[in-house]
Design a protein around this ligand. Sequence first.
Ligand code: ADP
Ligand code: MG
Ligand code: MG
Length: 206
Amino acid sequence: MDVALARSWIIEVSAAVTEQADYLTQLDSAIGDADHGVNLKRGFTAAVAALEGADPKTVGDVLVKTGTTLVSKVGGAAGPLYGTAFRAIGKALPADSSTVDAAELGAALRAGLAAVQKLGAAVPGDKTIVDAYGPAVAAFEKAADDGLTAAARAAADAAAEGMRATTELHARKGRASYLGPRSVGHQDPGATSTWLIFQALADVTS
Ligand code: ADP
Ligand code: MG
Ligand code: MG
């Protein structure tokens, strides 16, 4: 991955969350406060604008800038969580090279997951972002030897499976946890946007 591809990834995420904003908000209206699509559309639109006005030299710079913008522009749970994730991913990448390989990106994605779990204290099965992000990172790492395209495809497929599996889960973190057992039967909005983020990575690397 080079700087141009990293930019393309964020542009693709912005397009995807904008296209799916109503769907994400609809999922959030069932078990939250009906703002997840609006939140992410605003955040990633701002990230694309921030990148247009910047001259990042490394993939890490692109992702740190994305994360910083998300933290500053999006309230609620997902803005700080995704912002922290992108900042951690960017910071974990080599600062002395303008390109990164699949193994380096896999390790950075793993650092992003750790940052999300440190901030939000969610574990697998809590019906959150972690339930799509965790399987996606594991699949990415497993396929990293086959290259970025294969790793990103495997990660997107694993994220989709993790996302679908959230439907049967009882939420234990975030707003949905206020519903307790009534959260069962609804797919988690954050796990769904995590799938979109990995799907965008697979799309731009294929
Ligand atoms: P808010 O709930 O503040 O309105 P959003 O609607 O943008 O924020 O995001 C909701 C999503 O955030 C949830 O669907 C869930 O996936 C994710 N989430 C909430 N709390 C946590 C947490 N502690 N750790 C990981 N993800 C979380
Ligand atoms: Mg919400
Ligand atoms: Mg909210």
